[in-house]
Design a protein. Sequence first.
Length: 400
Amino acid sequence: MALTSADVRNAEPLQKDYKLHDDKGLYLLVETDGNRTWKLSYRFDGRSKVITLGPCPEVTLAFARQLRDEARELIADGIDPISRCVKREVFSPSVETFEAVAQDWLERVYRFEVSEEQFRRTKRQMENYLIASIGKRVVSEVTPEDLKSLAAALGAEGHLDRGKRVLGIGKRIYTHARDTGVAGYQQTGALRRRLTGSGTEPEFLLSTREQIFNLASGVLGQWSRTTTTAALKLTVWLLARPSEIVNARWSDMDLDAGEWRIHRKSTESPTGSKVITVPLPRQAVELLREIEPITGRQEYIFPGTGNRKKHLGANTLSAALKKVTRTTPVSTDNLRTLAATALGELGYQAEQIQSQLLNQTGDEPADRQAYLDKRREMLQAWADYLDNTAIGKVTRPRRL
């Protein structure tokens, strides 16, 4: 039986920890010390797993269900939700110290990526070496030399591997500062350079460029006219989930307006669903017009090969992406992470990037068109950037 708000509100600690089960694997863990935490149990690759969704009452029953649904969508796409954080609060600490940013990264991102044992180990290293030394300083004032000094001190004591791990943790914290818009993080660009050697390019940006080249040449360089290839191209251009791409119907598309309307289930909507409008770049419209004569009479834009009344499988799409990017494989999950990193480095606002990755639209009708126009410009610039990369002519997208 599904939980009610009253059930959650009245959950009191007992002599032993206990669980209040909701639906589809979601449950509330009530501990003896009074802590209450939302968790989701699920199966992935034949194994039982559990992911923490957040504390109660900070995470409400309705929001916990939304996070559960997002995690289940990832599973349907062949992605293990424990590999990424599904929480989406905006980080805005009153004092942007290194410790504040570090703790936010640890609890809101890293906790969802690793086992509990690894989480505790990293937390201990972060607190013992980074926070103890530089935690009270403003994050933008911490320099690469500060981290190098910490690593050098550990190395001098014979702990070379530990020093490398501390450097790695520091880089992750600064990436989080960038992604969450912490003021002054732009001053710390040198932290992202190679910490060994004399490279002049940020290490993560080199990796991003290599993967984008591999992605663009592998997917956009294909001349095949199969529905799988077409679906892959739309996935890359629109940064959409495979489950949404394969479920796309011709009735959802307005090619003249250049818009795709996704109907998504929502526990917050009175109708039980909400419509998400995704602007289509020129390349996507051209591709859809090309395949319309082929599948236009079908319900789904990308019908299955065995049964034309069913759609292409999301797992088929995920496997195809890994196959065509086999030199440095790109999954449908890290495609979105890759795009977010690249677009952020290319000058686009984190809010605009996340709005597209999460497929959200503005709540205020008066702002809706201007909001969509900004997203349309960003997606068009992204599609052009990929095209230029595929033909060996890389240019930066226009900044908003």
